[in-house]
Design a protein around this ligand. Structure first.
Ligand SMILES: [Zn+2]
Length: 388
């Protein structure tokens, strides 16, 4: 694109944004100021917040690796750990999903994004269809696998559930896409301010503190604890809450971990709401021989922690998420699963590992194949740059 075209495009998009925001401002000003007031009151009363910030409970495990070495690897070595070519996926069976379902059905949209049918109700969890970063850094967090469906093709969900405001869980373009639909948004306390800024009416948003619940068509959704952090700009750290979610219907139940370090909350949730048919839990690679940075210090779990969380929850099946789609840690892209399979062999846990895009019915045999082992994926061995 020539410079003049770039300028023209920028001016048009800037005008569009200004116009859009002004429209929103006049249309919703009163509703939004009321919503901001209610949010501030709820934050002031929440046991999770202190002085407007969520209290951090992140662990701090010592590491033999220095922080500068970790950061170097994160910025310059991560690209080498991606697969050398795009991972396979199954295009989502739109015709099947168009028919609502009593039986619980789950469709993995990649990373931590899930489309779940239960009791004739559609729950869309942490929907991300593009990249896991702000637009300017999108090449640094590009996908290893295509999105298996577009937002336009996917049947309209009844409720969109968000775990926290990080880019790989909360995508602005997706929220804007659903802003003018009838969908309800269930989000952790204070996350609603992002949604309102992107055009969602406060009346569509319900904000949850931990242990609060609501029902949609008789399906109960409960926001439960997690041990993580939040923020989108570097200047707003921990100003919004993070959560995991329990969903219980007549025809099944599941738990979704969001992002979290291992902590006592898994046992609490298992005791209070378990057992579950299925647990979607995040996974990263184990630290081996003292090498590598413990991801728990960033609010994530090594495979051994994922397995312990699964046991605490008393779930029947373990569906690992937060892997395959983006390179977010300095380990080989499939190392979390290599480690988790070993953990599952020891504990006898049933791993559910569909391809991205595949729909599983909870009445079917859930034993799925290790599809990524069926092809010889080389490592990309490329540095990550803004150009590739
Ligand atoms: Zn996160």
């Amino acid at each position: 694109m020539k410079m003049s075209s770039v300028l023209k495009a920028s001016v048009i998009s800037a005008l569009g944004l200004v116009g859009y925001n002004q429209y929103q401002a006049t249309d919703n000003a009163q509703e939004r100021s009321q919503s901001a007031h209610q949010r501030a009151e709820k934050v002031a009363q929440s046991a999770q917040f202190k002085d407007g910030k969520v209290i951090s409970r992140l662990p701090s495990f010592p590491s033999e690796e220095s922080m500068s070495s970790v950061m170097w690897k994160f910025f310059f070595d991560r690209g080498a750990l991606k697969p050398s070519h795009t991972l396979p996926h199954q295009p989502v069976d739109i015709a099947a999903l168009t028919q609502k379902s009593d039986v619980m059905r789950v469709t993995w949209l990649g990373h931590s994004s899930l489309f779940i049918d239960i009791d004739q109700t559609r729950v869309l969890v942490d929907p991300v269809f593009e990249y896991a970063s702000p637009w300017v850094a999108k090449k640094l967090f590009s996908r290893n696998v295509e999105a298996p469906v577009t937002r336009e093709q996917l049947p309209m969900p009844d409720v969109i559930v968000i775990s926290h405001d990080h880019y790989d869980h909360l995508e602005e373009s997706t929220i804007r896409y659903y802003a003018n639909s009838n969908v309800q948004f269930f989000v952790p306390l204070a996350v609603g301010k992002h949604l309102e800024a992107w055009g969602v009416s406060p009346s569509q948003i319900t904000e949850f503190d931990w242990w609060e619940s609501a029902t949609v068509n008789g399906v109960e959704l409960i926001a439960t604890p997690a041990n993580h952090n939040s923020g989108r700009t570097g200047f707003d750290s921990n100003s919004t809450l993070w959560a995991s979610w329990v969903v219980k219907g007549r025809n099944g139940s599941f738990f979704y971990s969001g992002d979290t370090a291992y902590d006592s909350h898994f046992k609490q949730i298992g005791d209070k709401y378990g057992p579950f048919d299925l647990a979607f839990i995040e996974v990263a690679a184990n630290v081996k021989e003292g090498k590598g940075f413990p991801v728990e210090n960033w609010g994530h779990m090594q495979a051994k922690h994922t397995m312990q969380a699964f046991k605490d929850l008393k779930a029947e099946n373990l569906f690992p998420v937060h892997w395959s789609t983006y390179e977010l840690f300095a380990h080989r892209w499939d190392e979390p699963m290599t480690d988790l399979i070993v953990e599952a062999e020891i504990s006898g846990a049933n791993l559910v590992t569909p391809m991205v895009g595949e729909t599983l019915k909870m009445t079917d045999d859930l034993r799925t194949s290790y599809w990524w082992q069926e092809q010889d994926f080389k490592l990309a061995n490329l540095p990550i740059t803004l150009q590739n």
